[in-house]
Ligand binder design. Sequence first.
Ligand SMILES: [Zn+2]
Ligand SMILES: [Zn+2]
Length: 346
Amino acid sequence: MGPGILRMELPIRLPGLGHVNMYALLDSEGVAVLDPGLPGPATWRAIQERLGQAGLKTKDVHTVLISHSHPDHFGCALRFQKEVGSKVIAHHRFSFGPVQASQGPEVSVDDLSAQHDRETTENGAPDLGPPPAPVSWGGKTPWGGERPRPPLKRRIQWRFMKLLGKGFLPTITHPVEHGDELRLADREMFVLHTPGHTGDHFCLHDPETGILLAGDHVLPSITPHISGLSSSRDPLASFFYSLDRVAEIGGIGQVLPAHGHPFDDLRGRTEAIKRHHDERLETVKEISRDFGKPATTRQFSERLFAPRNWGSMADSETYAHLEHLRLLGQADRHEGPDGVPRYMAG
Ligand SMILES: [Zn+2]
Ligand SMILES: [Zn+2]
């Protein structure tokens, strides 16, 4: 870790994830923290404890930075704002509306199922269940059909999360944009807008020490969930663009992700993530050739994923890939008589 930067793991319990990394950036005035976990007293206690281990108190936190509008990242920002009067920095597009809340899951369907395997085989941990349905339950998705309904318990859990998210939303006192310079850890760092996982995601580049604070944009072993429900027309294209944006920075020696452990091969990781999506796009084309006629998102999704992963989140990722191919001119979209779009790719 670079001078003046400390990684503090905060416990979270989200599908596929056991912790979020809050980074403390120490300076002569006190400390700035990036991504202060989920809302709620348990996280607040964990933050107090972690800061305490570094000889710090919550009142030393003059600034809270939020990499993107997911509740496990902005969680305790409001509490810092209210109790300490901390500045709150996020991208100027920061918003947590129905679209953002609906993105719920943090990691891709593949990684959720891998995690599920690990948990059930190694720890015998309880089933985390399927991810939440997009936006509000009921109604239509852009890929047609009714929104699938997860089990009641999960619906209540996620609705609670959504309410929690809204009730705990901080005021962004210092909105930033791409290229902005911030004084952190007594040196200059730069804001890199990296839309994809969310439209308001940003990374921080610390050129003096060759560090990239990557949020959820580039994670060491999992790929972030790219939702088909997004403010962007082509979230996958935004994500590719943003992967290149960080891969092109010279001199990065260490990446500090929001989940998992720090790693050094930034370009290797961005290439692997792109390859993963390219392979998926190729598979979509193969499936389409196999169908030999236009098919719905759900039909593609059920060929791409194993039955236990079927559902709204798999459909959402599939839709993002189909729309990406369509906008590249590599797929045609037809509106069926039932209003459900059908795709031919290849
Ligand atoms: Zn996220
Ligand atoms: Zn995250």
